[in-house]
Design a protein around this ligand. Structure first.
Ligand code: UD1
Length: 420
């Protein structure tokens, strides 16, 4: 297992290209189960999670070819030979659960290991199952596995008690092949939902309203292959925006949809960061004004993303003045606080709130990546910490950041990866 070695780096400067979105490509790959045909997915990022999804599809009988020199994954979906997803794959990547809906809709049966606990919280799946039951599936829980069976799914009205991203995606995929109309109310509105709906519509599905809180899916009898380019990763974008701010640098970020990062733009501007949309991309400058504190509160999209809370907190520790970060989406998403405190952040947690005193000069320490975004947060903090920071358990970061070290180094960061 490798480590990152990071030295204080000074302001980051230059240009960086954002990769395709992890959280868009994973459900899109799962959706290919819905039709035995050929797919070409462009702008696919080379990530550990994408690798797991490729393995999962191969296990089901698909031919999957990954060519990251051009960011293309081609999938020839074949007749499904394996309708069971073992715990080994689900525990590596929770998004394996996305195959439940498409597998059930296509083959009439799916058996998937329950995701179980996860470091950032309980992450239950009852909303996924509620939706599939409304569509007529018999769902049983058997020795740590969920088994869903249905001769033919029927459209229905599903109200989600919380706008869960995964539940919206699973139900939307299953409903494409159901008989009649399905309506998902209080649906998640994330850009990744819109990208999945647009992929499914290219496959011949009839989905309207993705990106709003009500999605209507008119079932069709069959779907077909297609070609699709994945949207840019808004969380990677936000992470590099914070990298510019925390190092008081000046970065041009290419391949960005600025609408997708509105809350991050707003919050960074409140801190005094200057952000400008240009023809070539988004220019983010932390070197214009002294940066000041601002509070954040995570919410489902279009609120401030929970996936940016940790990275933003790293910034909050270094700006002038105290601030608060409130985590409303996951109940245990402050593991990175202990690591930031090892670097001198002195953050206190009270329930859903983290109190950040701010104005800290961080110092290097031995820290770990507690999870994917927590890992990114300690890397960002290490860029401005005096002395060397040694970051271990970096496999978390490999799950969601393509060529992270290379991209940061090209901006002037003093970071290297060592394998032990
Ligand atoms: C997705 C993202 C993840 C992001 C999260 C919230 C992917 C692969 N992952 O995860 O990066 O942090 O959205 O933006 O896209 N919940 C229930 N019951 C359910 C399902 C969810 O109570 O059946 C709760 C969860 O415990 C959590 C909240 O809903 O508190 C949000 O979870 P959800 O939107 O489902 O997140 P994921 O789809 O797992």
């Amino acid at each position: 297992m490798g480590k990152f070695m990071i030295e204080q780096s000074g302001p980051l400067h230059g240009e960086v290209e954002i990769s395709g979105a992890k959280n868009a490509v994973l459900p899109i790959m799962a959706a290919t189960i819905l039709a035995e045909d050929h797919y070409e997915i462009n702008d696919a990022p080379q990530l550990r999670d994408v690798d797991v999804m490729c393995r999962l599809l191969r296990k089901m009988g698909a031919e999957v070819n990954e060519d990251y020199s051009c960011g293309t994954i081609t999938i020839q979906m074949k007749k499904i030979i394996e309708g069971e997803v073992p715990y080994d794959l689900v525990k590596r990547m929770r998004a394996s659960f996305f195959v439940l809906g498409p597998l059930l809709a296509k083959t009439g049966r799916a058996r998937i290991a329950l995701p179980g606990g996860c470091t950032i919280g309980d992450r239950p799946v009852e909303l996924h199952l509620k939706g599939l039951r409304i569509l007529g599936a018999q769902v049983t829980d058997d020795h740590g596995y969920i088994e869903a069976v249905a001769d033919k799914l029927q459209g229905g009205k599903v109200y989600l008690d919380f706008p869960s991203v995964g539940a919206t995606e699973n139900i939307m995929m299953a409903a494409t092949l159901a008989e009649g109309v399905t309506v998902i109310e209080n649906a998640a509105q994330e850009p990744e939902i819109v990208d999945l709906a647009s992929f499914l519509n290219k496959m011949g599905a009839r989905i309207k309203g993705a990106g709003t809180d009500t999605i209507k899916i008119e079932g069709v009898t069959s779907l077909h292959g297609c070609r699709h380019a994945v949207i840019p990763d808004r969380i990677e974008t936000g992470t590099f925006m914070v990298a510019a701010a925390i190092t008081r640098g000046d970065i041009l970020i290419r391949n960005v949809v600025s609408d997708h990062v509105k809350p991050v733009i707003a919050k960074l501007m409140e801190c005094g960061v200057v952000i400008e949309d240009t023809e070539e991309g988004m220019r983010v400058r932390g070197d214009v004004n002294p940066l000041i504190a601002t509070d954040i509160k995570t919410l489902p999209y279009p609120g401030f993303p929970t996936d940016m809370q940790a990275q933003f907190m790293a910034l909050q520790t270094t700006v002038q003045g105290p601030s608060v970060a409130i985590e409303n989406v996951f109940e245990n998403r402050f593991m990175h606080v202990g690591e930031l405190n090892r670097m001198g952040a002195n953050i206190k947690i009270d329930g859903k709130s983290a109190m950040i005193p701010g104005g800290k000069h961080l110092s290097g320490a031995e820290v770990i990546c507690t999870d994917l975004r927590g890992g990114a947060a300690v890397v960002l903090a290490a860029l401005v910490a005096s002395e060397r920071t040694e970051v271990s358990e970096i496999y978390h970061v490999d799950r969601g950041y393509e060529r992270f070290v290379e991209k940061l180094s090209s901006l002037g960061a003093n970071i290297s990866r060592i394998e032990d």
